[in-house]
Ligand binder design. Structure first.
Ligand SMILES: Nc1ncnc2c1ncn2[C@@H]1O[C@H](COP(=O)(O)OP(=O)(O)OP(=O)(O)O)[C@@H](O)[C@H]1O
Ligand SMILES: [Mg+2]
Length: 361
């Protein structure tokens, strides 16, 4: 498994044996219970919800070879509808052990990591990262955005000044700072960029495992999110390679112009290199036509060429040109917040539905 949740207990499952101190403690608690039961008013006792251990006895959490010692039943606890002593006292401890066991057995759900990449500048990588992330969040998913671009446009478009950011992804990638320390809560959670991220590629270049720094950092929070959306700079340098190595999927925004599409072959080659050497499972989730002016023949032809060359990889969703996309970042908001009812906002809601239809996390 690529990611581990920090919630996952590190210790091995607890083996309960007769002489185990917890068992002794349980015995002691059972002995002490009858008096406590007698002290309680009847109504209070009946109000106590039935504990999980009684609801699903076959799911008993303890994996001890020997059966759980039977509690000595007190006269007060027997036959009058009241709960047994062990039920009143032991559940907390038993539930704790049950949780521990369950966490060991069940795979921890980890975030789907999507990188938004295209080495060409100004094709709507940042716009798509933010607005798709917010559309996921609107649907109830827990989303983290990562601003891996030294320009800090994603950070800015959530109203944060990258020049005033003290701790950023630079510290995470270069100095191994936990990523949780640089996450800021806005419309979505965002791991922020600062201007010094521009020096990260050089600073990381001598580090062992430099391509995997982001992947490593994400392990800390992968259990806390459903989606991690990574905005990348307009280059195929070490920062973008880190994003592609950490990602399960890549979304490639493409401006619908002939010149914008030429770089796609180069991007595909880089991705193939990543698959062969660093991350065999990464795949292109889709190519997204952006800034589409459907009135022009040129844009229509460009989309046709895209579909002829990449077939089903081209999303059905289309992001049309709209002035709102330029206005919203100035207000430090996504388009979905800036003008929730606009068709611009709906372009990204539709894209979110399409991505989710490919398989939600
Ligand atoms: N659908 C759209 N219609 C009109 N303008 C748009 C649209 N999408 C994005 N823009 C605008 O185009 C510009 C470039 O978009 P964006 O910053 O998202 O591109 P980018 O690929 O992240 O750029 P860079 O490579 O510099 O990081 C921004 O000013 C943005 O507001
Ligand atoms: Mg950008």
């Amino acid at each position: 498994m690529g990611f581990l949740s920090r919630k996952k207990p590190k210790s091995a499952p607890v083996e309960i044996q007769e002489e185990h101190p917890i068992v002794d403690e349980l015995h002691e608690m059972e002995q002490a219970v009858p008096e406590r039961v007698a002290e309680q008013p009847r109504t209070e006792i009946e109000d106590i919800p039935q504990p999980a251990v009684d609801e699903e006895p076959e799911e008993a959490p303890l994996n001890a070879a020997e059966p759980e010692p039977e509690p000595e039943e007190s006269p007060e606890a027997e036959g009058d509808g009241r709960m047994k002593a062990i039920d009143l006292i032991a559940p907390t401890r038993l539930d704790f052990l049950a949780e521990k066991e369950t966490a060991e057995r069940e795979p921890v759900k980890t975030a789907e990591v999507i990188a938004f990449a295209n080495q060409k500048g100004g094709v709507a990588k940042t716009t798509t990262t933010l607005n798709l992330a917010v559309a996921f969040a609107e649907s109830g998913y827990r989303v983290l955005c990562i601003d891996l671009d030294p320009q800090g446009n994603l950070t800015m478009s959530q109203g944060i000044d990258p020049d005033k950011v003290e701790r950023s992804l630079y510290d995470v990638l270069v100095n191994d700072m936990p990523i949780s320390e640089i996450i800021v809560k806005r419309e979505i959670d965002i791991a922020v960029a600062s201007i010094d991220l521009a020096g990260a590629e050089i600073a990381m270049s001598t580090k062992i495992g430099r391509e995997r720094s982001l992947e490593k950092a994400l392990k800390e929070v992968a259990g806390d999110y459903d989606f991690v959306c990574i905005d990348t700079p307009p280059s195929l340098g070490l920062l973008t390679i880190n994003a592609l190595t950490a990602a399960n999927k890549v979304i490639v925004p493409v401006q619908c112009e002939y010149l914008s599409m030429r770089g796609l072959v180069q991007l595909q080659n880089t991705l193939r290199m990543i698959q062969e050497n660093l991350n065999p499972d990464v795949k292109i989730e889709g190519i997204l036509p952006t800034m589409l002016d459907s009135r022009t023949i040129h844009a229509k032809e460009a989309v046709e060429i895209l579909e002829e060359n990449f077939g089903d990889l081209v999303f059905q969703s289309r992001i049309k040109k709209a002035i709102k996309f330029a206005e919203a970042p100035v207000k430090g908001a996504s388009v979905l917040k800036y003008d929730s009812a606009s068709s611009a906002a709906n372009y990204y809601r539709d894209l979110a539905k399409e991505v989710l239809s490919h398989g939600s996390p």
